[in-house]
Design a protein around this ligand. Structure first.
Ligand code: ADP
Ligand code: MG
Length: 645
């Protein structure tokens, strides 16, 4: 008597209905989950042509008895669920009994399986949902499912598949994620003859993270350890009063230090009770933990494993089982937010956290460390130990970033009409009382606040060897020399890229860069674009490439970082990053590394050059990362601060 049962209509109807097979990665996901549910300690995934031509998942799990091998292809046939009550506490990854029949309906599928205690195995062949052959045959224990010609009978579906590389990247990312959730098992992924991932059993998640991402990533991560929070019975009771006992929630995993900033959410991996999910609530909790630590629009790397009572989470929400619903959503949200935040606070010296209202913290670490250094200097000596928290001691004015497009003639946070009832200064002229003298004769209101003002700046010097101080017709300007140069270089590199004439350098020694499986896939996909971007590379071992040329101005030590940044943007192709995005990423990355650093003394001629070049850029007011280039202390604010108006 086999283990698989066809679910009663009553149960089947309660299961979230819908298609499970969308693309090769969804087939791999279902087969992988089946292997894990079958207790396999070793799972081998093989694909060809991005999974369109072939997907094979082989495991050493429990296998199936002869009769079960046939039943498995019936709709709603499963060994994992019996009645409606089981739906409330699902411990296995599968439970719908729909994957195998759905896959077999749109491909040529072969199932080969042997239940260890049976003498022979069973081979079942199905094409387009029609059973072609069933035979008993000699097989090792375990299960192998081979899926060929996906969507051969559904041309409409086939049309929606993306490029081979994109589909491969999806599969790679999926297998990688599951390997992270199961450090104790072996995972192997091959695309044609290439091994994209091969990890052998290790004891800890930490070791698995190392296997998958390498030592550099690991260094940038904060280990959450194991954090727990208990839901009190009083609040846990609610819906089901009869229940009692504490509900324990446990969070493990890794999150990135704030200086690691990803451009998309692709590096956020969330698991609930071992199931890889996408969940808004958890994503939000994570963002909340990083609020004010990384700029808006940036995302951390995170690998979070949440474990809780099976009754606390409903996995029967979405056909592909990638969404869940928590019974106590806000409790879970706050727990995850606090746990991540605590881990970050513990991992960093407290002083690095800005408790200020600054809505746009510095975009990378060197900058913010430097900012802090200046602040420390500024607040110790000259102000006789005044604590920085004391707002009274802060200057009464604010320097405002000048954003592009240029604001109207704007002299303050709120350019209200003057007391005389005259129209706002922004629209006409400065209402300056004669008694205190007028404005300089050359003051031209129309020019104020315009990008053109840059051209006429008169450099006065440098502040902290990092910011250029300059006098303009409309006030005092501070220009961040690094960010300004970054903008100049960014536009220059973009122009060169567009013209196919990027300046490059041949490296004396090739720089070796090790790529993760996912990066390797991206690398293969954008190899041409990288070459156009000045990177001549060649394979050097299974996961290593040798970089032979690089864009001019890049120090060898920066090459790896720049490459990684570009690969990360390429990953966005999963969300449609265009060629333009890639070029911009390349230009931004080069510019950032090659630009004049802060803390660098500049000769007056160099300052002059920088201002002139900046004035010539298309968008001199923000750096490629969105940080402001220049701050202006408007003349009107100066006048106001001196009580002259
Ligand atoms: P579900 O996983 O939701 O039960 P599936 O259609 O994926 O539904 O699989 C149907 C049944 O086939 C499973 O319940 C399980 O009993 C059996 N099965 C599928 N794959 C395997 C495997 N790799 N090893 C052992 N049994 C499997
Ligand atoms: Mg399944």
């Amino acid at each position: 008597m086999g283990l698989i049962r066809v679910l009663s209509d009553q149960v089947a109807n309660k299961i979230a209905a819908g298609e499970v097979v969308e693309r090769p990665a969804s087939v791999v996901k279902e087969l992988l989950e089946n292997s894990l549910d079958a207790g396999a300690t070793e799972v081998r995934v093989e694909i060809e042509a991005g999974g369109r031509r072939l997907i094979r998942v082989a495991d050493n799990g429990c296998g199936m008895m002869h009769d079960d091998a046939l039943l498995a292809f019936e709709r709603h046939a499963t060994s994992k669920l019996r009645d409606v009550r089981d739906l409330l506490s699902i411990a296995t990854l599968g439970f719908r009994g729909e994957a195998l029949p759905s896959i077999a309906a749109v491909s040529r599928t072969v199932l080969e399986t042997r239940w260890a205690e049976e003498q022979t195995g069973t081979r079942v062949e199905i094409a387009g949902g029609r059973m072609l052959r069933v035979e008993e045959t000699a097989l090792p224990p375990g299960t192998t499912v081979t899926v060929r010609d996906l969507f051969f009978n559904v041309p409409a579906r086939k049309k929606f598949l993306r490029s081979e590389q994109t589909e491969t990247a999806h599969v790679a990312s999926l297998v990688m994620h599951y390997s992270l959730a199961h450090p104790g098992r072996t995972f192997l992924l091959r695309h044609e003859s290439r091994e994209l991932l091969h990890v052998t059993p290790v004891e800890t998640l930490r070791e698995r993270v190392y296997q998958v991402f390498g030592s550099q990533t690991l260094e940038e991560l904060v280990d959450l350890g194991c954090r727990e929070r208990t839901l009190e019975p009083a609040s846990a009771g609610g819906a089901a009063g009869a229940e009692s006992g504490l509900r324990l929630f446990r969070l493990r995993g890794f999150v990135s230090r704030p200086q690691v900033q990803k451009l998309n959410r692709n590096s956020i991996f969330l698991f609930v009770n071992g199931r890889l999910i996408r969940d808004r609530l958890l994503l939000h909790a994570l963002s909340a933990a990083y609020h004010n630590l990384i700029p808006p629009g940036c995302f951390p790397f995170a690998l979070l494993f949440l474990e809780c009572d099976l009754e606390e989470v409903d996995v029967n929400v979405h056909p592909s089982k990638t969404e869940v619903r928590f019974r106590h959503g806000s409790f879970v949200h706050d727990f995850v937010r606090d746990a991540v935040r605590e881990a970050l606070v513990e991992a960093r010296p407290a002083g690095s956290f800005s408790s200020s209202q600054d809505p746009q913290p510095a975009a990378n670490l060197p900058y913010s460390e430097f900012t802090q250094q200046i602040e420390n200097q500024a607040w110790t000596a000259p102000l006789s130990g005044a604590p920085p928290e004391n707002p009274e001691l802060l200057p009464a004015f604010t320097l405002r970033p000048v954003a592009a497009p240029p604001p109207r003639l704007d002299f303050g946070a709120d350019s209200v009409p003057s007391e005389t009832g005259a129209p706002a200064a922004a629209e006409v002229k400065l209402p300056v009382p004669d008694t205190h003298g007028g404005l300089p004769a050359d003051f031209d209101a129309a020019q104020v606040g315009s990008l053109d003002a840059l051209r006429d700046l008169r450099p006065l010097g440098q502040l902290h060897e990092s910011f250029i101080v300059a006098a303009g017709r409309d006030g005092l300007w501070l220009i961040d020399q690094h960010v300004a140069h970054e903008r100049i270089l960014f536009e220059k590199v973009l122009r060169q890229l567009a013209a196919g004439k990027l300046e490059t350098q041949r490296l004396l020694l090739p720089v070796l860069v090790e790529l993760s499986p996912a990066q390797l896939v991206e690398y293969a996909r954008i190899a041409n674009e990288l070459e156009a971007g000045g990177f001549e590379t060649e394979p050097f071992g299974p996961r290593t490439i040798a970089v032979k040329t690089a864009p001019a101005g890049l120090a060898p030590g920066d090459i790896e970082k720049v490459l990684f940044e570009i690969l990360e943007v390429a990953e966005r192709e999963l969300r449609r990053a265009s060629l333009d995005d890639l070029r911009r990423a390349l230009a931004a990355s080069i510019a950032c590394r090659a630009a004049i650093k802060i803390n660098t003394r500049l000769e007056p001629a160099k300052i002059q050059w920088l201002l002139e070049e900046l004035a010539r850029t298309e968008c001199p007011m923000s750096c490629p990362h969105g940080r402001p280039v220049a701050l202006r202390y408007a003349t009107r604010e100066i006048l106001r601060a001196f009580h002259r108006i």
